[in-house]
Design a binder for this molecule. Sequence first.
Ligand SMILES: O=P(O)(O)OC[C@H]1O[C@H](OP(=O)(O)OP(=O)(O)O)[C@H](O)[C@@H]1O
Ligand SMILES: O=c1cc[nH]c(=O)[nH]1
Ligand SMILES: [Mg+2]
Length: 213
Amino acid sequence: MDTLVVDHPLVAHKLTALRDVRTDSPTFRRLADELVTLLAYEATRDVRVEPTEITTPVSPATGVRLASPKPLVVPILRAGLGMLDGMVRLLPTAEVGFLGMVRNEETLQASTYAERLPDDLSGRQCYVLDPMLATGGTLAAAIRFLVDRGADHITAVCLLAAPEGTARLEHELADLTIPVRMVTAAMDERLNELGYIVPGLGDAGDRLYGVAD
Ligand SMILES: O=P(O)(O)OC[C@H]1O[C@H](OP(=O)(O)OP(=O)(O)O)[C@H](O)[C@@H]1O
Ligand SMILES: O=c1cc[nH]c(=O)[nH]1
Ligand SMILES: [Mg+2]
């Protein structure tokens, strides 16, 4: 897996405000949205394009447009939904599929409770959105799911990643022959005993949408 930690002062500035425990939900949602758009610029660096002929006011010209089949953006519910608008702002013609996954907070095992994706992802570039790469169980299962459907290029976009989760992805996805990338705003220090990223930002879903159950 190819990992990119985006090194940019605006990314660091927005991430710092996002981490702050005093940041309220509306501000957290806006910052997450802005941060994703900055990450999306890097995450889509290898999006497939094809040549197209246009005419400028001055002369004919050859440019590019997004190639077919269109990319598929997959937010992982719930927290990944807070990244969707920021991503499709840069990829407005992308299709969107959904994966609902939740981590059991005692066992830290991820399970899937909803799936709405095309049956056949052959030849598709997929962008998986999940703010937190903690133990890596959720993202490893999501990526495996997309590969089993035929995806041939996968980029995960995460606001934060932990070294433990990144190492797990490297290990569990080592057999894949397709390109897999992970783009994040920061590689944090570690996981704590509860499986939370340190220093992290807390529970991303709760901070976006309010406390669950
Ligand atoms: O790397 P992992 O250890 O698997 O943890 C990361 C997952 O945990 C959080 O989701 P959560 O289960 O809290 O669901 P939510 O988005 O509905 O809050 C987060 O949004 C990731 O999907
Ligand atoms: O730190 C963490 C770990 C998992 N899920 C979160 O929302 N935050
Ligand atoms: Mg959560």
